[in-house]
Design a protein around this ligand. Structure first.
Ligand code: ARG
Ligand code: ZN
Length: 843
């Protein structure tokens, strides 16, 4: 069944309080609930409570036994027209809950994941985000640590009681019980409230907590300084769990994290792991205000909390580290993950209007494009008005479950602007293409932009959007003639005039990637090389290099052209420039990903050949190595870090430049330097980079064995060991490597991290996944079929790797269609996977 935004109806009852008691037992946990309901003017004579996989032991209303009507979705019961108390006892089986939704077990510990609709697997309840209430939770169980939301009110051996004073929807409920150890600290809010901070981990992981704790304290401080948001409970707890479908979850006062998203030490985590952990800790913490204190009316409004919170965590990372590097990394990700979604069969608006399974809509579009939309709004109204609007948002809507209309209204009320056209960013799917051309008439310079949005499954008749195009004009000698300003493109086609210029300028458009669009420059070729050398906007300078690399690769792939000399010259100039941030120089070396090139070829009306893309990407690497060869040993040596390891921006930038040099040097000099780095490495960044270079050089067998021996006790490190072998395989070896690894004794496929390390890595190796044999398609389908009955959420998420299938040739399409049909033919396929594959398969 499909659920529609337009069908929203308020619930007919207020929930005035909730008391839950858990008697923990692996296969027979008892949950007693005592819920006070008060009918509203929308009330009917019956109440419907969600409930799935529950065994009802008893139910009473105001103390009198009742016999509700029960289906596999929930129960319906006749109720009084006045306030009443619902009491129920249910039994659940956490040990057999392999879907990792509701209350489940991981390595002997109990934990929960309730967003979006997991609470209904714990007890009967109106499991919808607009029903908010105050929870009191009692946990009985023989575990040293017993946690729930809010503040601890009472604890004794085998028993703990928690009270959360802040009304919340059920999706923010959490419970954890187990033999855990705490890494503790504290934070004093700016109004003087002391907060106990704990990071709970399994014994043995104590040494991996310090960084996450510091990230938490930095996040708490940042949200006070930048958004004026203070924490609001006596304790803030984080728990690391090995078996978790997603990155992490913002449960009130009790965040639960995939251990890969919080545990880190220099020996076991890479620089990028550290950066990701810092961002996810911040993200979940920031949800306390954008998500928890102000939540969503219904799940169609998911971007209200996710887009805003991603935007906030990217601001945080920009402040903590390098803003240009963060922006460039975000755009690389957006193009790699969101553009394919927006341009394929899974395209949906940032605020979808219908779904079958909400878990399928925790997407790059809702999260990352949702964050871009907020960035655009801020650009349009300005930083000051944005701050005022946010203050009003927190003021007006604290304690409420809100909509995108509420969100936009605070901006309209603050600025007097009409945002009805801007709102199309929330309702129209697809990536707009913006074409720019210029003209020059004696002192007057004109930029003309055209926007075009293709119809998609959910947006049949797209209308022009409001596109903020940050633009600056440079003089031919590289001075900023006209500094950055926001051009507001609102029409299908529109011109902007600049008067009184003494010479024809070079335009730098879409600075900072000011809107999530595909930009086509109908401008002279030499502009791009000029911008690579001179643009004062660091994003656009990088983008110019990227553009030249893309054009060069396309020429190589389509016409067998040689790598473009202008690109290589420009690259060399930037790469040799010591005044630039090393992290930025390393990013400059990157070229568009192979899947992104396939997308561009498809946009140009061609059928991409994955093997040809691979071969030419390899050719480009060799061309870079030749062009920069004499610089590389010096850059490598000069950027070695001799001080003790720190995961900060400064050190990790140096390592990323040195390691980029190492990779290139290996193409001409072979594996010796990488072997030396491997042998000397005292941190995971250096060790793993060296191992990956060795594997690409087919000289990694010894290191691979040594690595396995050294790290077999550490699950997170072994995930890297599994994944790297697939990622570094030649295209024709990818499926067989993945297949071999699935037979490894430590391939625990029910663990989502391990499953993704092997099967996910296979699917993200573009040339390997799309190898003409079709072996990877079949292997993936086999595993999806095996995983679906165990864990539908992780299965459905993995299905999205098929979303680009219509780009490829008929033979590949036929092979993929056969696999999709094979899966879809299964009689008991989950709702999650059925929805994903039906949308992807199309008609
Ligand atoms: N709200 C969580 C976050 O953004 C993600 C939860 C995802 N849950 C799900 N069932 N898809 O950090
Ligand atoms: Zn989130």
């Amino acid at each position: 069944t499909t659920i529609f935004l337009k069908d929203y109806k308020p619930f007919g009852f207020d929930v005035t309080s909730v008391a839950l008691t858990f008697d923990l037992n692996p296969h027979a946990t008892r949950v007693k609930s005592r819920i006070a309901f008060a009918p509203t003017s929308d009330a009917e004579e019956e109440i419907f409570l969600h409930g799935e996989n529950l065994t009802l032991i008893s139910a009473r209303i105001d103390g009198q036994p009742v016999a509700p009507e029960i289906t596999d979705q929930g129960l319906t019961c006749k109720v009084p027209a006045t306030p009443f108390v619902w009491e129920a006892e249910v039994e659940i089986d956490p040990a057999n809950n392999t879907a990792l939704e509701g209350l489940y077990m991981s390595n002997g510990m109990y934990c929960t994941q309730c967003e979006a609709e997991g609470f209904r697997k714990i007890t009967y309840y109106p499991d919808r985000p607009d029903v908010m209430s105050v929870f009191t939770v009692t946990i009985n169980g023989p575990h040293p640590v017993l946690l729930s939301n809010g503040n601890p009110v009472n604890a004794s051996e085998g028993r703990a009681e928690w009270h959360d004073p802040w009304p919340k929807p059920a999706y923010l409920f959490a419970l954890v019980a187990g033999d855990l150890v705490a890494h503790s600290d504290s934070f004093t809010t700016r109004s003087g409230q002391e907060v106990d901070l704990n990071l709970y981990v399994r014994p043995g992981d104590e040494g991996k907590c310090a960084f996450g704790m510091q990230a938490l304290k930095d996040s708490m401080k940042w949200d006070e300084d930048v958004y004026g948001r203070e924490y609001d409970l006596d304790v803030f707890n984080i728990v690391a769990v090995d078996d978790f479908n997603m990155g992490a979850m913002e449960n009130k006062g009790l965040n639960i994290f995939n251990s890969s998203a919080v545990l880190a030490s220099p020996e076991t985590a890479t620089d990028s792991n550290f950066e990701r952990i810092e961002a996810i800790i911040a993200h979940e913490y920031f949800h306390n205000w954008t998500g928890n204190r102000i939540t969503c009316r219904d799940w169609f409004q998911l971007c209200l909390k996710e887009g805003l919170t991603v935007f906030r965590d990217s601001q945080f990372t920009s402040d903590m580290r390098s803003a240009p590097v963060k922006r460039i990394s975000d755009v690389i990700e957006l193009r790699a993950r969101q553009f394919p979604e927006d341009q394929g069969p899974l395209a949906h608006p940032v605020r979808p209007e219908s779904f079958q399974e909400i878990n399928n809509f925790y997407t790059a579009t809702v999260y990352e494009k949702g964050a871009e939309v907020i960035g655009m709004l801020r650009r349009l109204v300005g930083a000051e008005a944005y701050s005022k609007a946010l203050d009003l948002y927190f003021d007006r809507h604290d304690g409420q479950a809100c909509t995108i209309e509420d969100w936009l209204k605070v901006f309209e009320d603050t600025t007097g602007r009409d945002l009805s056209q801007f709102k199309r960013w929330y309702s129209q799917a697809g990536t707009p293409t913006v074409t720019v051309k210029d003209a020059w008439y004696a002192g007057t310079y004109i930029l003309t932009f055209t926007q075009d949005l293709k119809p998609s499954a959910t947006t049949a008749d797209p209308q022009p959007q409001v596109i903020p195009i940050v633009t600056g004009l440079l003089s031919p000698s590289g001075e900023e003639l006209v500094p950055s300003q926001v051009l507001e493109l609102t029409e299908a086609s529109q011109s902007f005039t600049f008067e009184g210029l003494s010479e024809r300028p070079i335009p730098s458009v879409l600075r900072g990637f000011s809107a999530p669009v595909v930009l086509q420059r109908d401008l002279p070729e030499e502009h791009t090389a000029f911008l690579l050398a001179h643009d004062t906007d660091p994003f656009n300078r990088w983008e110019a290099g990227r553009d030249l690399a893309r054009k060069s690769l396309l020429g190589m792939i389509r016409e067998g052209a040689a790598p473009d000399a202008k690109y290589l010259d420009g690259l060399r100039a930037v790469f040799a420039d010591d005044s630039l941030d090393p992290a930025y120089r390393a990013l400059m070396l990157g070229v568009p990903g192979q899947s992104d090139l396939a997308r561009t070829l498809h946009e140009l009306g061609e059928v991409p050949d994955p093997q040809a893309i691979w071969d030419n990407a390899e050719g480009m690497g060799r061309a870079q190595a030749d062009k920069l060869g004499d610089l590389l040993p010096g850059i490598y040596d000069q950027h070695q870090v001799r001080e003790p390891y720190q995961p900060n921006a400064e050190q990790s930038g140096r390592r990323s430049l040195a390691n980029a040099a190492l990779r290139l040097m290996s193409l001409t000099d072979g594996p010796d330097r990488a072997q030396a780095q491997y042998d000397a490495a005292d941190n995971m960044t250096q060790q793993l980079t060296a191992l990956s270079v060795l594997l690409r050089q087919k000289a990694g067998d010894d290191a691979l064995r040594a690595f396995e021996q050294q790290w077999s006790h550490d699950r997170l490190v072994m995930d890297k060991w599994f994944g790297l072998q697939v990622m570094q395989a030649e295209p024709n070896q990818v499926a067989s490597t993945a297949q071999r690894l699935t037979e490894h004794a430590d391939f625990n496929w029910k663990n989502p991290n391990r499953f993704r390390a092997v099967i996910g890595a296979m699917a993200s190796h573009h040339a390997g996944f799309h190898h003409e044999s079709g072996a990877a398609y079949t292997l993936l389908a086999d595993w999806l079929i095996k995983l679906d009955p165990v864990n539908p959420q992780t299965t459905a998420r993995m299905c999205s790797v098929f979303q680009t299938w219509k780009r490829y040739d008929e033979s590949r399409q036929a092979k993929i269609a056969a696999e999709l049909d094979r899966i879809l033919a299964l009689p008991d396929l989950s709702r999650d996977t059925t929805e994903m594959l039906t949308r992807i398969r199309g008609t």
